[in-house]
Structure formats: structure tokens, C-alpha cells
Design a protein around this ligand. Structure first.
Ligand code: 8DG
Length: 147
């Protein structure tokens, strides 16, 4: 045990460290199309498409983080649902996880991205996705074709 820390402090610190390592990403599907967002930064990812989302803050639940990110990035209220696709280990040590999301209110706008687009399964296969997201294409296409 670390000096001055109780077992509960340590458990919470572990939980926080774990939460800090997760990036949540939204598979937001409306009318059979998936929303993609184009990154403007960092330079090595600029111009590539991703699922909107971001890092979970310490003490934050992943689905709450996703709702916050969609509010900040797109200006919408959304619900976060089931996981989709596999966990992806990012080179930075973060773990990237995708969740189904449903739109509750608002129209997505690119408040922090350089653009948005809605794609069906064929469109998704043509997009230049950030490398980490490419493993999700089959699962996302299944979700799109399942209606
Ligand atoms: N949001 C998101 N990030 C992704 C995806 N795929 C992927 O490799 N990433 C990476 C890019 C970044 O290294 C990291 C998330 O960073 P971010 O910039 O979106 O996080 P954030 O909104 O919390 O922003 P920041 O304040 O840390 O800049 O995960 C994805 O589909 N969505």
C-alpha cells in the first residue's frame, strides 16, 4: 500500500487510472447512416475520419463521457448504448472503445472537427479512417445493414 493511502484510496486511484486510459467513440446511426467526423489535429491524423468521442476524464463513467463528448463536439444530446467492435490499444497506451449511440435531440455540427459526413456501409468502406478505427469496419457495416 502507498504511504497514507487506505485500501479504498488505492482502489479509487486504480479506477481513476483505468478511466484515464480509455477513449470512448460513438457509433451514432440515424436512418441507416453512420456519422463520421474529420479530425483537424494532430497533423498525423488531420484529414482522416473517426467516430466522434474523446478521453474519459478521471472519475467519469465511459457512457457519461461519451454523452459529454457528443454535446461538446457535435452540440447534440445522445444516449450511449451497447459496445460495438473490439477494444483497440492505441500507441499512446490508451484503450479505444466504441459504443452504439442514439440521437435524442439536436442536429450534429462539427464544433471541434473540420467536417462531418453520414455514410452507409458502402460509403464507410470507401472512407479514409484513422488507423485504429479500421478494425471496426465489419462490425459497423453489420450494424448498418441490420437496419
Ligand atoms: N475521438 C476519437 N479518438 C480516436 C478515434 N480513433 C483514434 O485512434 N482516436 C485517438 C485520437 C486521440 O489520440 C485519442 C482521442 O483524442 P481526442 O482528441 O479525441 O480526445 P479529447 O476530445 O479528450 O481531446 P483532448 O482534450 O485530449 O485533445 O484517441 C476515434 O474514433 N474517436
Amino acid at each position: 500500500m502507498r504511504d497514507g493511502m487506505t485500501a479504498r484510496d488505492e482502489a479509487e486511484a486504480r479506477d481513476e487510472a483505468k478511466a484515464e486510459r480509455e477513449v470512448v467513440a460513438a457509433a451514432l446511426i440515424v436512418d441507416g447512416r453512420l456519422l463520421l467526423a474529420r479530425r483537424g489535429h494532430p497533423p498525423e491524423l488531420a484529414g482522416q475520419w473517426e467516430l466522434p468521442g474523446g478521453k474519459v476524464e478521471p472519475g467519469e463513467q465511459p457512457r457519461a463521457a461519451l454523452r459529454r463528448e457528443l454535446r461538446e463536439e457535435l452540440g447534440v444530446e445522445a444516449d450511449a448504448g451497447e459496445r460495438i467492435g473490439v477494444d483497440v490499444e492505441l500507441p499512446s497506451g490508451l484503450v479505444l472503445r466504441a459504443y452504439r449511440a442514439t440521437l435524442v435531440s439536436g442536429t450534429p455540427e462539427p464544433l471541434e472537427h473540420t467536417g462531418l459526413c453520414w455514410v452507409d456501409a458502402a460509403g464507410l468502406r470507401r472512407m479514409q479512417l484513422v488507423a485504429a478505427d479500421r478494425v471496426w469496419v465489419p462490425a459497423l457495416c453489420d450494424a448498418l445493414t441490420a437496419g
